[in-house]
Write a protein of this length. Structure first.
Length: 276
């Protein structure tokens, strides 16, 4: 795939205004083993997402939009994994292994808008399977947190050294949760002279997500990012996803200028601890 075919930008409604959702899935040309979604939650709502499970592992993340305090959700959420309830007021990640029921996510308070990235590792298709026994599903939590390790509210890589202007938020891999694929979420708060990704040849499919922090203009990155892959170069100023197919040569990803901090999520279809 050419580099331009690996870049996915925010969509627009028929009236020309930006959609609140940036999504890649099995119907999107290109990615086949890794997908992505990003969405804003502007106010306290029950998303009314029924409990469900997938044929693949997935991370579901909610990040507060206050980059000065990245650990704060600036809201209150009730989160369910396999019927176990977790009450939370911090930025968080749910790691939902395949065939593990998750949802609903209910937000009782939102003081500032929330950013919702999600990454499923697809197997042929990110098909949802709704269990036949949902009628008896425990929405209130059973008091036993067998899936507490799947509810992540901190950046657990102890030896990770942030770049200048980088604020780690959340991470997961096999060292954090056995069997998990690799993902990190960080804020970038300034332009950098160095690449935020080390040069490498992708051993697995990768997904890089660049999400601007202005809820009034969700499609704007408010920064200029230049990506160089397989000898091709693109400079982006809008929120975007970059799909990196296995075998691609990732040469650099640079933040050339910045007017406002943005969220960066980097996911790799591997269990290895590779904080590139």
């Amino acid at each position: 795939m050419r580099l331009s075919e690996c870049i996915y930008k925010w969509g627009y409604l028929e009236d020309g205004t930006p959609k609140s959702v940036l999504i890649l899935n099995e119907n999107t040309p290109g990615p086949t083993t890794i997908a992505a979604l990003a969405k804003w939650y502007m106010e306290a709502v029950d998303p009314q997402k029924a409990p469900h499970k997938h044929l693949c592992d997935e991370t579901v993340c909610f990040v507060g939009s206050d980059w000065e305090h990245p650990e704060k959700l600036n809201g209150k959420a009730r989160v369910y994994i396999n019927g176990e309830r977790f009450d939370n007021d911090r930025s968080f990640m749910i790691y939902a292994p395949k065939n593990v029921i998750h949802c609903p996510f209910i937000f009782d308070e939102i003081e500032k808008p929330l950013i919702h990235p999600a990454v499923p590792i697809m197997i042929k298709a990110n098909t949802e399977r709704f269990p036949e026994d949902l009628e008896g599903y425990d929405y209130n939590g059973n008091g036993q947190h067998h899936y507490a390790g799947n509810f992540i509210t901190s950046f657990a890589w102890k030896d990770y050294v942030p770049l200048d202007g980088e604020k780690p938020v959340l991470c997961v891999d096999d060292t954090v949760l056995p069997g998990a694929f690799w993902q990190k979420i960080v804020w970038y708060t300034k332009a950098l002279d160095q690449s935020i990704v080390e040069p490498h040849t992708a051993e697995h499919d990768e997904m890089l997500m660049f999400i601007g922090s202005d809820p009034e203009k969700v499609d704007e990155l408010n920064a200029a990012v230049t990506v160089r892959v397989n000898g091709e170069t693109e400079t982006l100023t809008k929120s975007f996803f970059l799909f990196v197919p296995k075998g691609s040569a990732v040469e650099s990803v640079t933040i050339d200028s910045m007017e406002r901090p943005f969220i960066f999520s980097y996911a790799i279809d591997t269990q290895d601890n590779k904080p590139l």
